[in-house]
Design a protein around this ligand. Structure first.
Ligand code: ATP
Length: 272
């Protein structure tokens, strides 16, 4: 299922979280959204699943407007928020059983499949979540959103706080989902190499607007998708950097008003 956001605005009091954001995510793509802290990534994701409404503009998933068809769309979309809490007294498997029952899913072995897919051992799945490490909690969170075999996966900073091995293992899971299913996978990240490794498409979000978007190859070549003045501007300005700076150059240009980030960008980390 494709995702289209058009001229979306969202404010919270005096704060403008999304400022005329437009974005198209092709069906079946693995799409990375790169952004600084406060760029609007989580706000965008909440709008995509209908947990919040735009003040203006439209958000559509699979061609249906989320504001009108939110409930039906949520049946096809797996959304993993940045912070997920589980009831301490339950085991991982019981958490999955509750999620499955709430969604009215058939008892057809999908819980065991989800456990296996995210790399929790059967023994771990039968432990209480109060004893889970951060990495195990992330895996369990992903298992909950995989239960209904979603057509779209929306993952809010799925690797934040994981150690390098946990990050690698999480990447392998996302790669497997991307290659073995038709699901559209959208995730946001502060980490450039993560997006370069996992994604075929990406966008750079800054201060509530998309500053560049396209295939990872296009972005690496310095070509933002046309149609947005800011994107064309970035594409023009990094022309001399073609083949050298790649996605890094696009990101550097997009956040050029924040020079303190440059050293972090050089390390492959957008923010600490
Ligand atoms: N419920 C809310 N109430 C007030 N302000 C909010 C709310 N949600 C988001 N904001 C503000 O909107 C802006 C965008 O926030 P958002 O969480 O979408 O950014 P983000 O890109 O996900 O950031 P981070 O990488 O730090 O998680 C920020 O200035 C934030 O403080």
């Amino acid at each position: 299922m494709r995702i289209d956001a058009s001229d979306v605005r969202k404010t919270y009091g005096d704060v403008t979280a999304l400022d005329g954001l437009s974005l198209s995510v092709p069906s079946g793509s693995t799409f990375g959204i790169l952004g600084t802290n406060g760029a609007g990534k989580s706000t965008l994701f909440r709008l995509l699943v209908g947990h919040d409404r735009p003040d203006a503009g439209t958000v559509a998933v699979g061609g249906s407007d989320v504001t009108e068809d939110g409930r039906r769309i949520r049946e096809r979309v797996g959304y993993l928020p940045e912070h997920v809490g589980f009831p301490d007294g339950l085991t991982g498997r019981e958490v999955l059983a509750v999620h499955s029952a709430i969604r009215g899913l058939p008892r057809d072995g999908r819980i065991a499949r989800a456990v296996e897919r995210v790399g929790l051992t059967p023994d771990e799945a039968d432990r209480r979540v109060s004893g889970y490490s951060n990495g195990m909690q992330r895996r369990l969170g992903l298992a909950t959103v995989l239960l209904p075999d979603p057509a779209v996966l929306i993952l809010d900073e799925p690797t934040a706080g994981l150690d390098p091995r946990g990050v690698d293992e999480f990447h392998a899971i996302v790669e497997e989902i991307a290659t073995e299913t038709d699901a559209t996978v959208v995730f946001c990240s502060h980490v450039l190499p993560e997006v370069e490794r996992l994604c075929d498409h990406a966008a750079v979000l800054h201060e509530g607007r998309v500053r560049a978007s396209g295939t990872v190859e296009e972005l690496a070549a310095g070509v933002g998708s046309p149609g947005d003045e800011a994107e064309r501007d970035i594409g023009d300005r990094i022309e001399g950097d073609r083949g050298h700076g790649g996605l890094r150059a696009v990101f550097r240009e997009a956040v050029a008003d924040d020079p303190a980030r440059d050293s972090r960008v050089d390390r492959g980390e957008v923010t600490a």
